[in-house]
Structures are given as structure tokens and as C-alpha cells.
Design a protein around this ligand. Structure first.
Ligand SMILES: *[C@@H]1O[C@H](CO)[C@@H](O)[C@H](O)[C@H]1NC(C)=O
Ligand SMILES: *[C@@H]1O[C@H](CO)[C@@H](O)[C@H](O)[C@H]1NC(C)=O
Ligand SMILES: *[C@@H]1O[C@H](CO)[C@@H](O)[C@H](O)[C@H]1NC(C)=O
Ligand SMILES: *[C@@H]1O[C@H](CO)[C@@H](O)[C@H](O)[C@H]1NC(C)=O
Length: 431
């Protein structure tokens, strides 16, 4: 009781205070974060279904990741077969396809960019065969395209591909990355000497901070020590699972695991169910649309994992769906989640999440092996049943004729995921 009334007072104080007000004992940012914790959801039904009790409580406060990161990463398609040409051509392709304009702005190099040994001053070295021009020159090129460059290291003795790790080299490596103009660090978990992640990840946070350069810090400890519970104070995103594979089974397993931590995501720090596999060939187009829809709804990082220099038009159509991207990048930053599962084995699923402007994103996801109808009562997803809602189909790009009143449903193909935005239209009593 006490906690709640204090929070309400704090909220009122933040809302009513003139700009520039000083908060005794707490920064204005901390007060705003505390207010956000209880502020975002207007009705009790929404608050019950979309628990945000941990939203905004853990903040790194480096000013980054106010919405989930978007961009590209080399691993899912290229694995270790990378070089500076691929990275440059990818930057070119992000711009020429229009993906950069849609927000995909990080070009992230994964493992294998560095030489197998440190240099004579103990410094990391780019592999001279594959990155002969060095990372600084690559960063300059990527920046000249209006994009940002990400790099990779490991909170252990070695990276997963057995290049030097950054454990106990945090300050030097962070300073080197900053001097190259790096904007993002993915920090992996191999060869970690059995030391707890809570000990291994904060030193790199502090080292990055000390450089004075704003560097997005992406923790990749595979969800082993329940990072949602602590990583918000350490990084801008944290992997909640092991590596994704380009299969329906892997993608759905990971979605379910990531779902568990929904209440911990929020502006500044996001749950990371790993990078996208869209376009890599192991799933059907319906499955890839579902993958993209659910990742967007879960406020997951949207990091493309295919070869953007050579995408099919179907792949491009999925990755460039602006309406789905807008759900992911919504300013409210509340992670959508699984709200209903119906039928045999619960394979008829409804996932939903609140958006700014009293809107709700809703997906009807068929995880059964045949076509099904999925229906819901509007209050089941937290919508106020005294309103009729206009419904926008984000894959058909059309607003349905007639408003939804009371219930809503659709026929959904095998493994398909329909995605909608519900916006209050008129009060039912006025119909
Ligand atoms: C760079 O890597 C790509 C992808 O693996 C490969 O096709 C290409 O031949 C490589 N280029 C050079 C110059 O090594
Ligand atoms: C370093 O941390 C402080 C305290 O959280 C924060 O205000 C500042 O923006 C950070 N600086 C960088 C470069 O991340
Ligand atoms: C482009 O992708 C197609 C498959 O979609 C593949 O067959 C072809 O080899 C790729 N081309 C290059 C240059 O990678
Ligand atoms: C779904 O509902 C429609 C309309 O009520 C009905 O015609 C159709 O047979 C149903 N399909 C399935 C797979 O149950």
C-alpha cells in the first residue's frame, strides 16, 4: 500500500512539476522512470494482463535504446565467412534498398573480425587477411552512409570462434573500440572460466562508459543467469535464450522463452530473443511473417540476419513492413505477450501488447498444423468492451470495414500470424 501511494505521489509530482524542478534525493530521470513504471496503462484490465511492474526500474541511462535496436548482423547468414567487402556492401545495400530509411541503422560485425592473437601492446588486431583496411576505416565508411557500426567481443578468455576475449582487458578494448568510432558492442559468453555473468558483464559497461562515447551495449549471456532480473542496469539489451536456428521449432521455442520476461523490458533495455532469420530459407514465408510479427510485438531487437545484398522480393516485403516496424518502435515500449492459447495443445494463440495512443496491437497466431479460426472476446486482451474498435490489418495494409464490437476473430492459415492494431472508435452506447 505504502509503495503504491508513494508511486502515485511521485507520478503526480512528475506530471505537475515545472520543467527543471530538482528532486531531493533522486534525479529527474529516476523520478520519470519511477513514474513510467505505473503510468503507461490506462485501465485495470490492461495493467493486469500486461504487467509492467518492472518496466523502467532498471536503467543503464546511457541515452540509447529508447526503442529496440534495428539493423543487421553478419552471423546468421555468413557465420565466420566475413570480410570488409561484405560489410561495406551490406551498408550500401541497406541504403539502396530503403531499409536504412526504415530504421535499420546498425551494421553489426559478429565474431571472426579479429586476429587470433593480440598485438605486441596486448591490443586487439583486425584480421589482416579479411579486414586489411582496419575497423576505423570501415566505421568511417559506414558513418558516411549515415549508418552506425557494431562490433563483437566476449566476456571470457576467447570468443566463441577462439579469437581473443575481452575479459580483464575491458578498459583497453573499450578504448580501442571508441577510438575506431564503434557504436555498438555485442558481448558474448564463451570461454567464461566459470565466472558468473554478474561479475563479467558490468566491467565492460563501466569501460564503455569511461570512453565517453555512446556505445550500445548488447549482452549475450544466452539467458543462462536470468539476465532480465539484473541486466537492465548493465546493458541496453540482453539475450534471453540460446542461439536461434533457422527453423520453426527454434523460433517458436525462443519466442515462448522470451515471453516469460516481458515485464522487464522498457525504454533503455530490452529482452533479446536473438537476431532475425527472415530470408535465410529454413522457414516458409508464413513462418517468417510470424517470426517478424512476434519479434516486433515483443519489442525485440530487429536485427536482420540474411544477406541484404541479395534478398528476394518476398523477404524484402517482410522486413520492410512499415506498419509492423512501427509497432516495434512504438514510444510506449511495452513488450507484447501471449495472452490466450486455445484448442488442442493451446496452438491457437493470441499475442497482444499496448501501444501509445490507447491502441492495442493484436496478433492471431496459428501454431497448429491445420487452418483454424481464432476468436477472442475484446476484454480477453484488455480492451474496454464499452467501445467499438477500428481494426487495421498490418499485413494487408487495410482497415477492416466495420468496427469490432464485443468479439473479434479470423481464419488463420497454418503457422500464419495475422497482425492488427485496434483503435477505440466510438462508444458502444452510441451505436
Ligand atoms: C568476402 O566474403 C564473401 C562472403 O563470404 C565472399 O563471397 C567473398 O569472396 C569474400 N571476398 C574477399 C575479397 O575475400
Ligand atoms: C555514463 O554513465 C552515466 C551515469 O549513468 C550517464 O549519465 C552517462 O550518460 C554515461 N555516459 C556514456 C557515454 O555512456
Ligand atoms: C542470391 O540468392 C539466391 C537464392 O535466393 C542464390 O541462389 C544465389 O546464389 C545468391 N547469389 C549470390 C551472389 O549470393
Ligand atoms: C471458420 O469460420 C468460418 C465462418 O464461421 C467457417 O465457414 C469455417 O468453416 C471455419 N473454418 C474452420 C477451419 O473452422
Amino acid at each position: 500500500m505504502m509503495g503504491v501511494s508513494l508511486r502515485v505521489l511521485l507520478l503526480l509530482a512528475v506530471v505537475l512539476a515545472p520543467p527543471g524542478t530538482r528532486w531531493p534525493g533522486a534525479s529527474r530521470a529516476a523520478a520519470a522512470a519511477a513514474a513510467r513504471r505505473i503510468a503507461p496503462l490506462p485501465t485495470a484490465a490492461l495493467r493486469r494482463l500486461y504487467d509492467t511492474s518492472n518496466y523502467g526500474t532498471l536503467q543503464l541511462n546511457n541515452g540509447l535504446a529508447l526503442t529496440p535496436q534495428m539493423g543487421w548482423n553478419s552471423w546468421n547468414f555468413f557465420a565466420c565467412d566475413i570480410n570488409e567487402t561484405v560489410i561495406r556492401e551490406t551498408a550500401d545495400a541497406l541504403v539502396s534498398t530503403g531499409l536504412a530509411d526504415l530504421g535499420y541503422n546498425y551494421v553489426n560485425i559478429d565474431d571472426c573480425w579479429s586476429y587470433v592473437k593480440r598485438g605486441n601492446k596486448d591490443q586487439l588486431l583486425p584480421d589482416p587477411k579479411t579486414f586489411p583496411s582496419g575497423i576505423k576505416s570501415l566505421a568511417d565508411y559506414v558513418h558516411s552512409k549515415g549508418l552506425k557500426l557494431g562490433i563483437y567481443s566476449d566476456a571470457g578468455a576467447f570468443t566463441c570462434q577462439v579469437r581473443p576475449g575481452s575479459l580483464r582487458h575491458e578498459s583497453d578494448d573499450a578504448a580501442l573500440f571508441a577510438s575506431w568510432g564503434v557504436d555498438y558492442l555485442k558481448y558474448d559468453n564463451c570461454y567464461n572460466l566459470g565466472i558468473k555473468p554478474k561479475e563479467r558483464y558490468p566491467p565492460m559497461r563501466d569501460a564503455l562508459n569511461s570512453t565517453g562515447r555512446k556505445i550500445f551495449y548488447s549482452l549475450c549471456e544466452w539467458g543462462e543467469d536470468d539476465p532480465a532480473l539484473w541486466a537492465g542496469k548493465v546493458g541496453n539489451s540482453w539475450r534471453t535464450t540460446g542461439d536461434i536456428e533457422d527453423t520453426w521449432k527454434s523460433m517458436t521455442d525462443i519466442a515462448d522463452k522470451n515471453n516469460k520476461w516481458a515485464s522487464y523490458a522498457g525504454p533503455g533495455g530490452w529482452n533479446d530473443p536473438d537476431m532475425l532469420e527472415v530470408g535465410n530459407g529454413g522457414m516458409t514465408l508464413s513462418e517468417y511473417r510470424a517470426h517478424f510479427s512476434i519479434w516486433a510485438l515483443m519489442k525485440a531487437p530487429l536485427l536482420i540476419g540474411c544477406d541484404v545484398r541479395n534478398m528476394t522480393s518476398e523477404t524484402m516485403e517482410i522486413l520492410s513492413n512499415k506498419e509492423v516496424i512501427q509497432v516495434n518502435q512504438d514510444s510506449l515500449g511495452i513488450q507484447g505477450r501471449k495472452v490466450l492459447s486455445q484448442g488442442k495443445g493451446g496452438c491457437r494463440e493470441v499475442w497482444a501488447g499496448p501501444l501509445s495512443g490507447k491502441r492495442l496491437a493484436v496478433t492471431l497466431w496459428n501454431r497448429c498444423s491445420e487452418t483454424v479460426n481464432i476468436t477472442m472476446r475484446l476484454p480477453d486482451v484488455g480492451l474496454d468492451g464499452s467501445y467499438a474498435y477500428s481494426v487495421r490489418d498490418l499485413w494487408k495494409h487495410e482497415t477492416l470495414s466495420g468496427n469490432a464490437v464485443g468479439t473479434f476473430g479470423a481464419q488463420v492459415g497454418v503457422h500464419e500470424c495475422k497482425m492488427y492494431i485496434f483503435t477505440p472508435a466510438v462508444s458502444v452506447s452510441s451505436i
